[in-house]
Design a protein around this ligand. Structure first.
Ligand SMILES: Nc1ncnc2c1ncn2[C@@H]1O[C@H](COP(=O)(O)OP(=O)(O)OP(=O)(O)O)[C@@H](O)[C@H]1O
Length: 364
């Protein structure tokens, strides 16, 4: 990896002219499957969007529609306000000025790194194409591997070739499908940070597909959370984390302990206490979700009693599982410095309402 680190010379990859990208009421059906269901989204020029969701929710389909690899069953795709895919119009992929990085990188095995990167460069003389390709290859730190073939490269290096190929023509829009998912964890952090530095440099409007909420929070200006072909929520990482619109969205971003309760006299009654009802009607069934950092240990006495049933060292924090009377499952708590607390020990607990979310039951 050291080859790429320290290669952050600004301007070497060339800046793009970012364009806006829009989806208006886009639906995509494959036989009986509705992959996208009336999706609308506006991406501003230069904005970085993370498309987040579980497998099969339609992320790749949305990317393929933007790239022009698919045509929508209904709705429109717009680039800089121009209709590029609809019932009335279709602009071919190569005419869109859109760069694409596939999940498996899709490098041509029989072409060298230089030839792979040159491949996407149309309308250049041979000398210009070579010079542009080599510049992009150098930008991702692979100058000394320009004549190597894909099978000679590590996964991280292949990802960088795919990235160089996508950015070499200076696309106004860059689309990346799970670009980090084939990399092991340590490599992935470095490649992700370097990729984001490159995106920042070229300034292209970008959509990055991921199913990892941490990746999404680290890379994106805004996250678009999807489920079953629909958009669930759009916002910054902090907005989605702090104010998830549903239990589904909340679960995506945090390891929650979920506790069933009922609204009684304006608050949700649960075995661990009463919590603000968040506008739910009297008598409604609710789910109270406690974030791990919302559980604090306090001296035993006039507080909620619990017993530590498991303690796991996770590096920066310790994970404690704490059994409480009336709960079917232990509460999850995380502490940077849990002190000397041991498994089997009785403890006092305080639940911070700031770290509690309340949703109607069945709101998944
Ligand atoms: N060409 C196709 N023919 C038939 N069904 C398809 C086709 N492409 C996608 N689908 C279906 O559409 C749905 C959405 O698929 P899509 O690949 O967009 O999801 P995804 O969120 O990208 O999933 P993953 O994270 O697993 O890549 C899935 O049910 C999938 O099986």
């Amino acid at each position: 990896m050291t080859r790429w680190l320290g290669w952050g010379r600004r301007g070497t990859a060339g800046a793009a002219i970012p364009v806006s990208l829009g989806f208006e009421g886009v639906t995509q059906r494959f036989g009986g499957v509705t992959a996208l269901d009336d999706v609308s989204l506006k991406v501003a020029p230069g904005e970085v969007i993370a498309l987040l969701g579980h497998s099969g929710c339609g992320k790749t389909t949305l990317l393929r529609l933007a790239a022009g690899v698919e045509r929508p069953s209904a709705g429109r795709v717009l680039l800089e306000g121009r209709d590029v895919a609809s019932a009335d119009a279709f602009v071919e992929p190569e005419e869109r000025g859109v760069g694409l990085v596939f999940q498996d990188y899709a490098l041509f095995p029989h072409l060298s790194v230089r030839e792979n990167v040159r491949f996407g460069l149309r309308g250049y003389s041979d000398a210009q194409a070579d010079a542009t390709a080599l510049r992009a290859i150098a930008r991702v730190g692979l100058a000394d591997l320009a004549e190597a073939y894909p099978h000679m490269l590590s996964g991280g290096e292949q990802q960088r070739v795919a990235l160089a190929r996508a950015v070499a023509p200076r696309p106004g829009v860059l689309l990346m499908d799970e670009p980090f998912s084939n990399l092991d964890r340590r490599l992935r952090d470095t490649v992700r940070d370097e990729t984001m530095a490159l995106l920042d440099e070229i300034g292209a409007t970008s959509i990055i597909v991921t199913h990892d909420p941490e990746d999404a929070m680290r890379i994106a200006d805004r996250i678009v959370l999807m489920r079953q072909g629909r958009i669930v929520q759009i916002g910054t990482g902090e907005e989605l984390y702090r104010k998830p619109v549903s239990l589904f969205a909340a679960r995506f971003f945090c390891d929650l302990t979920e506790i069933d309760g009922t609204v009684v006299r304006g608050a949700v009654d649960t075995p661990i206490g009463r919590f603000p009802a968040n506008g739910l009607a009297e008598g409604a069934a609710a789910v109270v979700c406690v974030r791990p950092q919302g559980v604090r240990l306090v001296p035993r006495g006039f507080c909620l009693p619990g017993r530590v049933v498991a303690r796991r060292f996770l590096g920066e924090v310790d994970d404690l599982q704490i059994a409480v009377d009336g709960l079917d499952k232990p509460l999850t708590a995380r502490f940077a410095q849990p002190g000397s607390v041991r498994e089997g020990e009785d403890v006092g607990l305080d639940i911070s309402t700031d770290e509690v979310l309340v949703f109607p039951s069945g709101d998944t």
